[in-house]
Design a protein around this ligand. Structure first.
Ligand code: F6R
Length: 610
């Protein structure tokens, strides 16, 4: 979604703001802006349609200097992408504000502010907040007081940061439903919607709680909680090495992140020296919770939902636990009947996805035996709100299309399957060891797929001029096909749908002709012969097949059939191994088509609005 950076320092702030925005740009990238207060207490503003690079150019052409500033990169929700709708929004050349989230009662507030004489220059929901703030400041409130009153009028989700030329050293901020962190410096303090934006200036962070207000100056910081009391929030030092956010030798983050997978998967795996997986990987207290688990409910969005779909096969088949999987935006609004003893498992790369977070926060008292978050970002809202946590340790994922986060989520979910299966007695010691050994060898198999990169690049050429594709799989490879289709559509803009192959003849077969490439996920498993028959149905109707299969499956290139041979691997690893090949296919199709594949149109990383 949108990104916020704010700086209160004694040194020049614009460089820090722009570097922070550059680091956050993967979250939203349709427009960007920056406001600074100069030595004469003037408000200096740059706002540009397009990327952060446009803002950088504007700053280079006309440098704005100041030690206190706020900046924003936007992903439009209310109001088209334009310079006028870009943040910061300004009130009376005095107050500037940036906002992430959605204000649901903006229309009513806009009417009220217009009646008070305020003029609106944008069509965003955010602009009402800056006029509200101005209104309270003009009445003589302090910045914190004005912010407290302003947020009291808001319904919806927000992370806000604002500055006021009449209180030139201060920035006030607030959060409710959208993430915001304070970066603690020496003689300077910062705010950002993600700590990644500030890692070049500090390694100490305060993760604000829901409803917190904060005021920073270069020398001080004050946090006020929901009840209006001053509180001390814990400062967390991020100890891991500074995450590089450059592309290294790769042309795109997505390509780099696909190739990082052997390392990321090895880091995600937590196997003891005696080749066992401990319940403790899921947090202290996991054993007690797991002993009460009779069923699993997985809730997630997008790619993370697909990870949950794969895991359902594992949890039911290997651990013998009933498992439901649902997209968070549906789950949160549905009247539910829960199996007693259900564990709620949320899966999220960012740990900030609004629907997933709301699903977790809205569960009824006693509805679940506990909650487990599988997330990639430590200290994210989901992590902090859950009883148990598994951090996937994939490292920062910058490409909007999720790759290494997905495969590491699968590792986490397989580890959960093994731990629960053993505790329930559904998995024998031998079977658990066999699965654990297979997991241990996963990075090697993924490396073998990565070596097929040039072959997949060639294969991808066949898709460049296509408008539609079908992805087919059966059993556990149906969600793998779903993930393959999602990846292709989001970065190449080719329409792609996934079907369980057995469903073809119930409708979609009507679409099949020579213009519709069909990708089949076809490793050797119990359903291969069924899948083979489904593929014959396609072939006999002139469909062009691209079959991803191992040697044992016995497919051979022929008219209308191209085979990508993947390594033969233990069955439990197939969903991950085949996914990596599908990631490379999407990457190369998009590359051939010349789309902006790290920042696909209309999308953003970390969807912090509903
Ligand atoms: C697709 C993709 C999205 C995310 C979804 C959930 O490549 O990345 O579908 O998976 O927005 O995001 P997280 O996992 O952060 O909750």
């Amino acid at each position: 979604m949108c990104g916020i950076v704010a700086v209160a320092a004694r040194r020049e702030a614009s460089e820090i703001l722009l570097e922070g925005l550059r680091r956050l740009e993967y979250r939203g990238y349709d427009s960007a802006g920056m406001a600074l207060i100069d030595n004469e207490k003037n408000l200096l503003l740059h706002k540009k349609l397009g990327r952060v690079s446009e803002l950088m150019k504007a700053q280079a052409m006309e440098p704005h200097l100041g030690c206190v500033g706020i900046a924003h990169t936007r992903w439009a929700t209310h109001g088209e992408p334009s310079a006028a709708n870009a943040h910061p929004h300004i009130s009376n050349q005095r107050v500037a504000l940036v906002h992430n989230g959605i204000i649901e009662n903006h229309a009513a507030l806009r009417g009220e502010m217009i009646d008070l004489g305020y003029e609106f220059t944008s069509t965003t929901d955010s602009e009402v907040i800056v006029h509200l703030l101005h209104h309270f400041l003009r009445d003589g409130e302090t910045m914190l007081g004005a912010m407290q009153k302003a947020v009291g009028r808001l319904q919806g989700a927000y992370a806000l940061a604002a500055l006021d030329t009449e209180n030139p050293g201060q920035i006030v901020a607030a959060r409710e439903g959208s993430p915001l962190v304070v970066g603690v410096g020496i003689g300077e303090n910062f705010l950002a919607s993600d700590q990644l934006a500030l890692r070049q200036v500090t390694d100490r962070f305060i993760y604000l709680e829901e409803g917190d207000l904060v005021q920073i100056t270069s020398a001080s910081m004050q946090v006020i909680d929901l009840s209006g009391q001053r509180v001390e929030r814990q400062v967390t030092r991020i100890s891991e090495a500074l995450e590089t956010i450059d592309r290294g030798n790769y042309d795109h983050f997505m390509h780099k992140e696909i190739h990082q997978q052997p390392r990321a998967l090895a880091d995600a795996l937590q196997i003891d020296a005696d080749r066992r997986i401990s319940a403790k990987c899921f947090g202290t207290g996991a054993e007690a919770v797991f002993d009460r688990v009779a069923a699993i409910q997985i809730v997630a969005c997008g790619t993370s939902y697909h990870a949950g779909m794969v895991a359902r096969y594992w949890l039911e088949q290997l651990a013998g636990i009933p498992c439901q999987v649902e997209v968070a935006s549906e789950f949160r609004y549905r009247t539910r009947v829960q199996h007693p003893g259900t564990l709620l498992v949320t899966v999220s790369q960012s740990g900030e996805t609004a629907d997933t977070l709301a699903a977790l926060r809205n569960v009824a008292e006693g509805e679940f035996v506990g909650s487990l978050a599988i997330a990639n970002v430590d200290n994210s809202s989901l992590v902090r709100a859950s009883d148990l946590v598994f951090l996937t340790r994939a490292g920062a994922e910058i490409g909007v299309a999720s790759t290494k986060a997905f495969t590491t989520q699968l590792v986490a979910l397989m580890m959960l399957t093994i731990v629960l299966g053993q505790r329930r007695g559904s998995l024998t010691e031998n079977k658990a060891r066999e699965l654990t050994n297979a997991l241990h060898s996963l990075p090697e198999f993924v490396q073998q797929v990565l070596e097929l990169d040039p072959t997949i690049e060639k294969l991808a050429e066949a898709f460049i001029n296509k408008h539609h594709t079908l992805f087919l799989g059966r059993g556990i490879h149906y969600p793998v096909a779903m993930e393959g289709a999602l990846k292709l559509k989001e970065i190449s803009y080719i329409h792609a749908e996934a079907y369980p192959a057995g469903e073809l003849k119930h409708g979609p077969l009507a679409l099949v002709d020579a213009d519709m490439p069909i990708v089949a996920v076809a490793p050797t498993d119990d359903l291969l012969e069924k899948l083979r028959s489904n593929l014959e149905e396609v072939r006999s109707r002139g469909g062009e097949l691209y079959v991803f299969a191992d040697k044992e499956a016995g497919f051979a290139n022929g008219p209308g059939l191209r085979v990508l041979q993947l390594p033969s691997c233990p069955e439990v690893l197939m969903p991950i191994v085949y996914t990596v090949a599908l990631q490379l296919l999407s990457y190369h199709v998009a590359l051939h088509k010349g789309t902006d594949l790290d920042k696909p149109r209309n999308l953003a990383k970390s969807v912090t609005v509903e």
